[in-house]
Design a protein around this ligand. Structure first.
Ligand code: BV8
Ligand code: ZN
Length: 222
């Protein structure tokens, strides 16, 4: 069975990571929306670096949870051909044993040179003085608002051939990820939303399972 899985911040909530739009989330303070844009980075690179330095330190202190582990186990199941796409910019899926994870919003664990496009493992603390070998300034290798998500061709192909599309722990607010359920459904796939509560896209899913991901994801994978 060909399964496309999309995860969001909710899958990591029980690892202690916090989410973006839940109460007290990373996005509650409007300035944070400025932080996740190229304009915000141009205006105040030090503030953006500080935000990602905090999140990079946070993920190092967190462990993958039972939901990440269950998805890694599903990828080992010969009966399932899994394409795992995440909006998350951390490495909890990889640390749980998942492989070939598609990071459509990039990863803050990699640095990107604004001049030559070189990428390298991000230092734990990036600053405005972090430089590429070419001398160019460095930014986190993440996709900000207004920027084109990574690997969209590969994700689009997987969605149109999927038997099942599953969204886990995402509010369904940010596009193009929020539109994946419609692409999959129009291609004839079954659709399942696994979330703490109905997302913005809940009515577009054929089925749903509500509750904490550490319970609902292992139950679904079993
Ligand atoms: C693009 C950076 C063109 C990395 C992020 C109008 C004006 C301006 C722009 C737009 C517009 N309309 C549409 C757009 C486009 C825009 C967009 O969607 N804006 C929204 C706000 C309307 N999108 C873009 O700009 C994208 N680029 O469109 O380019 C294009 C498109 C296609 C093809 C070619 C070109 C770029 C989007 C990427 C933006 N970057 N972050 C970072 O710092 O992380 S977005 C940010 O939101 C994160 O990446 C995050 O991953 C993403 C989504 O958030 P979620 O993961 O869903 O997290 P959230 O907190 O929202 O929800 C958590 C959920 O978990 C909740 O539902 C909760 O109930 C649940 N939950 C909580 N606890 C648990 C749980 N579930 C289970 N168990 C639990 N314990
Ligand atoms: Zn460079």
């Amino acid at each position: 069975m060909r399964i496309v899985i999309l995860t969001g911040a909710g899958i990591s909530a029980e690892s202690g990571m916090g989410t973006f739009r839940d109460k007290g989330g990373l996005w509650e303070n409007p300035d944070l929306m400025k932080l996740a844009t190229p304009e915000g980075f141009a205006a105040d690179p030090a503030a953006v670096h500080a935000w990602y330095n905090m999140r990079r330190a946070k993920v190092r202190s967190c462990q993958p949870n039972a939901a990440h582990v269950a998805l890694a186990a599903l990828q080992q199941d010969p009966r399932a051909e899994v394409t795992l796409v995440t909006q998350n910019v951390d490495d909890l899926h990889e640390r749980a044993g998942s492989h070939d994870v598609i990071h459509m919003h990039g990863t803050h664990l990699r640095a990107l040179c604004v001049d030559c496009g070189a990428r390298w493992p991000a230092p734990s603390q990036m600053t405005v003085d972090t430089r590429c070998a070419c001398g160019g300034a460095a930014r986190p290798d993440v996709v900000w608002f207004g920027e084109v998500p990574y690997h969209m061709d590969r994700v689009g192909a997987a969605l149109t051939q999927a038997d099942l599309f599953v969204a886990i722990g995402t509010s369904g607010v940010v596009y193009p990820a929020a539109g994946f359920v419609r692409v999959a459904r129009q291609a004839g796939a079954d659709t399942l939303e696994i979330n703490l509560a109905p997302s913005e896209r809940a009515t577009e899913f054929a089925r749903s399972a509500f509750g904490p991901a550490t319970q609902t994801v292992p139950a679904w994978v079993a």
